[in-house]
Design a protein around this ligand. Structure first.
Ligand code: UD1
Ligand code: UDP
Length: 375
């Protein structure tokens, strides 16, 4: 039984690792495909080293480009590979362009398609990731949901009950598996930071960093917060050029993007985190670190309902007020059910039958009409 797992961009490596390991433990012939959507050492190789992730068996070299260019490059490279490998199933993770591209190719092949992190919805159609999520879920055979809200979204869109599996959160598998090693990182002393004495910032959403006026306004808010608590901002390449000169006048320190173990170390000891990242909202929930999400919505509402996350939008006054509040009075949160380090195992249990073959499946996604399609 052969299963191809796809990774392409920064958060994918953390998501694919526990699935890959669990499938390999069950004797599957696992093939790792890197699409090359992210390619800088700091956006790719560092994670293979930090996570002990095996080298990709195939690298598609897609690189950067417009949405259509990038998506079509991945598709064009993935299709002949799939024809050659003839896997029984393909597993895609998350919501990046590589996820959508490989899902589309797989859905038109003989292989079954599994989507890890299915059912998340921001209900913001201007987010490219929302398009990727909705389309990938619609054409997947196996839908692996991290939380009950995701299951409810899939049910509302008419997905078959036999397709949807509540398995927990693979990002949390990787976080728990690597936490001790991350806490041994010396990144705090390298940056001259004291545990609990700084805030951590990440920004990379186009809606936050592509428009100069929006970014300036966010930087103004961060400068204000930094009067209370110095901030460190490891910069994603999308933001790096624009952020290059920001900061020195205030206590907002921009540094290059860091590796996974260093980032988790920074996150775990931060007084607060300000972010527009999806994965960071989940990690702070499990670490119990206050998180302010600098967006108008989240596809991960459970991090607000049960964790330490607050969606505060982009208005500077609101961001500063929320930051001052959590610095004084950090909220208590708890890890959602099944965010326990075993999501990868549950996914492999669904995919691989006891006799080592891909679990037989009624192909609901391809053969049945959704009962109450709302998309
Ligand atoms: C992508 C995902 C986003 C995810 C993020 C994780 C899509 C639509 N977006 O956004 O959902 O949250 O990854 O980090 O798939 N660049 C480099 N080096 C690299 C990679 C990118 O310099 O290794 C620069 C290029 O200028 C590129 C830009 O970053 O054009 C954006 O990269 P891209 O992969 O298109 O989107 P991200 O913003 O990284
Ligand atoms: N991360 C990292 N280094 C950084 C910033 C983030 O290793 O400098 C990790 C973080 O711990 C999380 C993941 O990258 O595991 C989140 O990825 P990102 O914010 O790029 O994407 P998103 O989750 O928003 O899709």
């Amino acid at each position: 039984m052969r299963i191809a797992c796809v990774a392409g961009a920064r958060p994918n490596y953390m998501k694919v690792k526990p699935v890959l390991d669990a499938l390999a433990e069950r004797g599957a012939d696992v093939v790792l495909v890197h699409t090359g959507q992210h390619y800088d050492e700091a956006m790719s190789e560092v994670f293979f080293a930090d996570l002990g992730l095996r080298s990709p068996d195939y690298h598609l070299g897609a690189g950067s480009g417009s949405h259509a260019t990038q998506t079509s490059r991945v598709m064009t490279a993935f299709e002949p590979l799939l024809e050659r490998l003839r896997p029984d199933a393909v597993v895609v993770v998350g919501d990046v362009n590589s996820t959508l591209a490989c899902a589309l190719v797989t859905a038109k092949s003989d292989a079954l398609l599994g989507h890890v992190e299915a059912g998340l919805r921001s209900r913001d159609p201007t987010m490219p990731e929302e398009v990727n999520r909705v389309v990938t879920d619609r054409i997947s055979d196996f839908l692996f949901a991290p939380s009950p809200d995701a299951v409810a979204n899939l049910a509302a869109e008419g997905c078959g009950e036999d397709q949807v599996h509540l398995v927990g959160n693979v990002m949390v598998d990787t976080l728990l598996a690597n936490l001790d090693r991350a806490l041994a990182s010396d990144i705090l002393s390298r940056l001259g930071l004291e545990p609990g004495g700084y805030g951590l910032v990440t920004l990379h959403r186009p809606a936050n960093v592509d428009d100069e006026a929006t970014l300036d306004s966010l930087l103004g808010a961060l400068a204000e917060v930094s009067r209370r608590c110095p901030l460190v901002l490891p910069a994603h390449p999308r933001a790096a050029q624009r952020l290059g000169s920001a900061g020195p006048a205030h206590r907002v320190r921009v540094v290059p993007a860091v590796g996974y173990l260093d980032f988790i170390a920074l996150e775990a000891s931060a007084r607060l985190v300000l972010t527009d990242s999806g994965g960071v909202q989940e990690e702070t929930t499990v670490l119990g670190v206050p998180c302010l999400t600098l967006r108008d919505n989240t596809e991960r509402p459970i991090t607000v309902a049960e964790g330490t996350n607050q969606v505060v939008g982009r208005t500077p006054e609101r961001i500063v007020a929320a930051a001052c509040r959590v610095i004084e009075d950090p909220p208590a949160g708890r890890a959602p059910a099944l965010w326990d380090g075993k999501a990868g195992q549950r996914i492999a249990d669904v995919l691989v039958s006891a006799d080592g073959t891909v679990r037989p499946l009624r192909l609901s996604a391809r053969s049945a009409t959704p009962q109450a399609a709302s998309i």
